[in-house]
Structures are given as C-alpha cells and as structure tokens.
Design a protein around this ligand. Structure first.
Ligand SMILES: CC(C)(COP(=O)(O)OP(=O)(O)OC[C@H]1O[C@@H](n2cnc3c(N)ncnc32)[C@H](O)[C@@H]1OP(=O)(O)O)[C@@H](O)C(=O)NCCC(=O)NCCS
Length: 169
C-alpha cells in the first residue's frame, strides 16, 4: 500500500529502524560500490579504488545503514602541507530511496567532526554546479562557493569548488 506522500508502508517501517553510522569495513565495499553506481553517472569509485581507500590512515570513510542495509557513504581525504592538514570531501552519497531524511547532513557532519578532531583546518570539495541538493547541503555545513570550474566534468559540465574554513560546530 502507498501513502498519500508516496511512501510504501514497508519503506516507512524501514525508516523507523535506527540509522547507524560507522567506519566502513572491507565487507561493506560491494554495497558501497553499488551505491556509487546508483548515485553517480560519472566518476564513480570502483571496488578497487574503494578497497584502496578503506582503512587508510589519511582517509575517513563512513557508511550509514538502516536495518543492516548500507544506505549512505561519505569519504574524506586528508593531506599534509608542512605542519598543517587540509581535508577534501571525496564522495558523499545517499540511496535515492532514503534521501531527504538528513542522512547526508549527518554523514557530512561526522566527517567534519573527525576532520576537526584530527586537526584539519580547511576543507574543500568539488561539486557539479547544477547539483543543487548537494550545494545546499554543503552550504548548511558552512561551505562557500570559492571558484567556478569550467568544463571540470567534461565539455559543458561545469563544477564549483567549495571551501570551509575554521572550527566545526
Ligand atoms: C546530495 C545528497 C547526498 C543529499 O542527501 P540527503 O540525505 O537526501 O540530504 P539531507 O536529507 O541530509 O538534506 C540536507 C540538506 O541538503 C539540502 N537538500 C537535500 N536535498 C535537496 C534537494 N532535493 N533540493 C534542495 N536542497 C536539498 C537541504 O538544504 C537539506 O536540508 P533541509 O532538508 O533542512 O532543507 C543526495 O542527494 C545524493 O546522494 N545525491 C547524489 C550524489 C551526490 O550528488 N553527491 C554529492 C557529490 S559532491
């Protein structure tokens, strides 16, 4: 049965189950890879790339799950510049069936808190200039548009570099 808002009872029941966030493990990678396929049309991370990133010291890699199903992932990279560390949001994705429930916001918050705890100051990212949901989400976390990236995603696929500096709330 489908409710007036278009959600099946099964889906709503699933959402009543608790959202869990934790560091990604090797056994999560097939599900994360499937999520990359589902959520991105270009520059999807392959299983090989995900395996390389999982568990590395300079990578923060979290998954979100509901009832044991992986429904979101977030990856942050750290880089040292002399004494300072900078961060980059490398991937953030939420299963389309679970969007609009603050999962993206919470995953990004988790990465930002980990960055802060590790002493990361500046955090940057690149996003498709037309990707309004993601741009709005990043703004909610204090990111500002910093630079237009013409043809960053191929001819006509313009990007936006966003930056966040300072203390994480
Ligand atoms: C971007 C993405 C991760 C958002 O995930 P989500 O769990 O649906 O987002 P949330 O529910 O946490 O939304 C947080 C905020 O983001 C913004 N937002 C999310 N979806 C939006 C939409 N469709 N339109 C406009 N703003 C939106 C809003 O500011 C929202 O806050 P609000 O609900 O109080 O208005 C998800 O849409 C996604 O996986 N997209 C495909 C992959 C992608 O583009 N990743 C980013 C690559 S840089």
């Amino acid at each position: 049965m489908v409710s007036p808002r278009g959600q099946s009872h099964g889906k709503r029941d699933a959402m009543r189950q608790r959202l869990l966030m934790r560091a990604a493990r090797l056994e999560d990678l097939p599900a994360v890879c499937a999520l990359e396929q589902k959520c991105f049309t270009m520059y999807r991370l392959s299983k090989r790339q995900l395996r390389y990133l999982c568990g590395r010291e300079t990578v923060i890699f979290h998954v979100a799950s509901v009832g044991g199903k992986i429904v979101g992932e977030a990856i942050g990279l750290m880089r040292r510049h002399g004494k300072r560390l900078s961060g980059r949001i490398y991937s953030l994705a939420v299963d389309p069936e679970y969007r609009g429930r603050s999962i993206g916001l919470r995953l990004l918050g988790r990465i930002m808190r980990d960055f802060h705890a590790l002493g990361v100051g500046r955090v940057h990212l690149e996003v498709d200039r037309d990707n309004e949901p993601a741009i709005q989400l990043y703004r909610r976390h204090g990111f500002c548009g910093m630079e237009e990236l013409l043809d960053y995603y191929g001819p006509g696929g313009h990007g936006l570099r966003m930056l966040r500096q300072g203390k994480v709330r």
